[in-house]
Write a protein that binds this ligand. Sequence first.
Ligand code: FPP
Length: 247
Amino acid sequence: MTISERLHISKVPRHVAIIMDGNGRWAARHGSVRTIGHEQGIEAVRSTVEGAGEIGIDYLTLFAFSTENWYRPVEEVNALMSLLVHAIDAETDNLMKNNVRVTVIGETSKLPEHVRLKLMGCVDRLKNNTGLTVIFALSYSSKWEITEAARKIASDVLEGKVNPDDINNQLFEKYLSTSGIPDPELLIRTSGEYRISNFLLWQIAYAELYFTEVLWPDFRKEDLFRAIQAFQDRERRFGLTSEQITS
Ligand code: FPP
């Protein structure tokens, strides 16, 4: 029996989020420059997206570029931007064939104009697809997102559109970039680092966390299935007791 056959298809999480980490260390271990690690990372993205589609995940959020990543050496930032453009050119037809939708969360206004336009073209072309939605977090940080939400709420209060007494969880969520998307039930981080790094802080309130030593460029759909198997072996209680969950 393969690992994907061992999964309970009815208990596959609707939304999985991944912190793709370890490209630089992978490159160092292979005696290459960091950009080669990022290039290999694209293979891992391809396999993971394929696997997510195969087992019926609805949403896959990938942390591709953080707000803090802008402070990396300019050559590395430029290499990541051109990789993104190349990946879009190479993969969009295939994503279309597989009924995959792509959306983006993050401060996209900070992306170079040609990258932003390329990305928006891809998002637009795939927007009517109805299968897996891949959400790329690009120029994203959770504190940025939450601050933006607070700013927009404050502005709506000033304009009389929102009454401060009505601000609650549900209303706040409508102002996040993930509005309308269910929270991730599972968050995966690769490369043996045990941090959240400013990713989806609000949305992972009840997510199961899964850490693996595998470096991102080596990650394949079988690793995704292993993470989901571990998720399925856990009991999710949402602050309730074990008895309340099973009764
Ligand atoms: C973390 O590895 C990875 C990134 C910062 C970028 C992830 C990007 C891809 C997988 C390619 C697809 C996305 C784009 C934007 C083209 P790291 O460099 O932090 O590795 P290290 O911790 O070992 O140094």
